[in-house]
Design a protein around this ligand. Structure first.
Ligand SMILES: O=C(O)C(=O)C[C@]1(C(=O)O)C=C[C@@H](O)C=C1
Length: 364
């Protein structure tokens, strides 16, 4: 086998030549994006929308479908994610508000969705993320909405009840928690563990088995937990890799989550509607009276038209006692005939039907 291999120099020459070709093509692609920006500006000078989630989803789906290896389709799509992010930054640099501080999983989700070509601003609360996007100070916002182990982030759902913002995208992130400590902290000296309440819950069994006597202190975010540990030699934090890097902490134990498939879903919120990508989801809120058959009346038209529901959650409505808001996600786009028929049927029978938006299903 060995004698048929080319020399290292020869292969490196091939790599140099290919890199040159790839670079020329990326530059050509970037010039196309600049042209697209001029076209968009000419078509709607007052309300130019540079970021097009439906087109990005299609581009990434095509990359994955075309992929012939040896790289994994997702690895290839992540490379194109960054190329597109850099191209979009030539058109316009997006400002993305996320639930901070720096180092939260929400920031990781924002970068996974938009790539590194955007500015990200950490905000202290979910309410602030909604406010900044509504006011136009941020182009888009990223907030957590559900975790596979712990369920819904009710604050995010409640924020939609009082907002006119739309959902324009979703991101799923595999969540890995690590036990982080400052330099010099030993396992036996840990008497307090900080984390967000959801993360403490996601690592409950591991904590019971390994640190049954340590005090568990819930703080506003995992990143805040990491920040507090800095300088407290008897404390540890449960947080992710990014928080460990930002706050200079050591990973004493890795992947301590009880469920190895622990995933969190995040929503991207914005002000404009998104066109159909061909593989979309729609989210709505239906407010109904708590009377027999209410839920059946809502679900039956979806079933009759073969529309697949992907999630349903109920929350007490903020306005009337014994009235419930159902948060429903289903496959399809607001412009699809079948979706419009279901809505036309439900609107007169419900107290309120609110569209939260149609958006491409998460590709990566
Ligand atoms: O097709 C467009 O509308 C573009 O602006 C180009 C492009 C790309 O690089 O492919 C960049 C940003 C958009 O969000 C979508 C796609």
């Amino acid at each position: 086998m060995t004698e048929t291999l080319p020399s290292l120099d020869d292969v490196r020459q091939s790599i140099d030549r290919l890199d040159g070709e790839i670079q020329t093509l990326i530059s050509e692609r970037a010039r196309c994006a600049q042209q697209v920006a001029h076209i968009k500006l000419r078509e709607s000078p007052e309300t130019t929308v540079f970021y097009r989630p439906e087109r990005e989803a299609q581009v990434l789906q095509k990359v994955m479908a075309r992929n012939a290896g040896p790289l994994h389709p997702e690895t290839m799509a992540r490379l194109f994610r960054e190329i597109m992010s850099a191209c979009l930054a030539l058109e316009h640099t997006l400002n993305i508000a996320f639930l901070g501080p720096n180092g939260t999983f929400t920031q990781t989700a924002a970068v996974k969705h938009f790539g590194h070509g955007v500015n990200t601003s950490p905000l202290a609360t979910i309410d602030e993320v909604f406010r900044e996007v509504a006011a136009g100070s941020a182009d888009y916002g990223v907030v957590p909405v559900e975790n596979s182990t712990e369920g819904m982030v009710s604050h995010t759902l409640d924020s939609f009840l009082n907002s006119n913002l739309r959902i324009i995208g979703e991101v799923e992130l595999r969540i890995h928690h690590h036990l982080l400590v400052g330099e010099g902290t030993k396992t036996e000296s840990i008497s307090r563990i900080y984390s967000h309440q959801q993360s403490l819950a996601q690592c409950r069994q591991w904590l019971d088995a390994n640190f049954p006597r340590a005090e568990r202190v819930a703080v506003s975010s995992n990143a805040e937990a990491a920040r507090r540990v800095n300088g407290e030699w008897h404390s540890a934090a449960i947080a992710g890799e990014t928080a460990a890097e930002i706050y200079g902490l050591k990973q004493l134990h890795q992947r301590i989550e009880d469920n190895p498939n622990n995933t969190t879903r995040f929503l991207i919120i914005g002000r404009e509607a998104v066109s159909a990508s061909g593989t979309d989801k729609t989210s709505i809120i239906i407010t109904a009276k708590n009377q027999p058959g209410a839920l059946f009346t809502i679900l039956e038209p979806f079933h009759r038209r073969g529309i697949n529901l992907t999630r349903i959650e109920s929350r007490p409505s903020k306005h009337d006692i014994w009235t419930y808001a159902f948060f429903i996600d289903f496959e399809g786009h607001q412009d699809d005939a079948a979706v419009q028929e279901v809505m036309a049927e439900l609107e007169p029978r419900m107290r309120e039907v609110k569209w939260l938006g149609s958006y491409p299903k998460a590709v990566l």
